[in-house]
Design a protein around this ligand. Structure first.
Ligand code: 6PG
Length: 229
């Protein structure tokens, strides 16, 4: 079931959902990029109980955690450093280890924490690239074919920053109990329509392949991003 919410403040709704998931002691995968920063900043001010929550990442750039391109670094600045103790358990993707070693580490961490079968995250937050990518699953990329892993190394990014990546795979994302996209701005309107306006998924638009098998899919959009739906 896909729930599409077109809101003046989708970041605020996103923050509220993340706060509720945290207080429920959920396993949550955060997205990177620039869009979610405002949601993380709002989330940091909310009265949530993080003591039982576990934070994961949907993808990471293969740079050190203090690099300005690091998704962990952005979440640390916007959210993690602003939370009172006891905070969440945080599983950072070790981008500095490189795409394949870093993905292997994350695969082990996910399966250790969530079980050897396809680990089931409670909430996966995703953004949407203007090319229709989600996490670091780029159009027609080999990573889209991976069916037996939950984390994968991506040697070539399809959009800036053009550095190798680590990404959750489609099986990991589609196993989640809830997947939430936060997408804003007119520049994403075409990608939103291509990803969510039709019926059949295509590797040309990786986000169109994000369809949780037995979970919910929610789109949190502003009017500009929803403009072509
Ligand atoms: C990344 C993100 C990526 C992001 C989209 C949208 O590492 O770049 O995880 O999937 O969500 O590229 O990015 P913006 O929010 O910056 O437009």
């Amino acid at each position: 079931m896909t729930e599409t919410l077109v809101l003046e403040d989708p970041a605020g709704e996103c923050a509220r959902r993340l706060a509720a998931a945290a207080s429920a002691g959920s396993h949550i995968a955060l997205t990177g990029g620039s869009t979610p920063r405002i949601a993380y900043e709002q989330l940091a001010t909310m009265d949530a109980d993080w003591s039982g929550a576990t934070l994961w990442f949907g993808d990471e750039r293969c740079v050190p955690p203090d690099d300005e391109r690091s998704n962990f670094g952005m979440a640390k600045e916007a959210l993690l450093d602003r939370l009172a103790d006891p905070g969440p358990t945080v599983h950072r993707m070790r981008g500095e280890a490189g795409p394949h070693a870093g993905a292997d580490d994350y695969e082990r961490e996910l399966r250790t924490a969530l079980g050897e079968e396809t680990p089931r995250l409670d909430l996966v937050l995703l953004g949407l690239g203007s090319d229709g990518h989600a996490a670091s699953l780029f159009p027609n990329a080999p990573a889209l074919e991976v069916s037996d892993r939950v984390a994968v190394g991506v040697e070539e990014a399809g959009l800036e920053p053009y550095v190798p990546r680590i990404s959750l795979t489609l099986p990991a994302i589609n196993a989640a109990r809830s997947v939430v996209f936060l997408v804003t701005g007119e520049g994403k309107a075409e990608a939103v329509a291509r990803a969510f306006g039709g019926t059949d998924g295509t590797p040309d638009v990786p986000a169109s392949l994000v369809r949780p098998h037995s979970g919910d899919l929610t789109l949190l959009l502003d009017p500009a991003a929803a403009g072509a739906l």
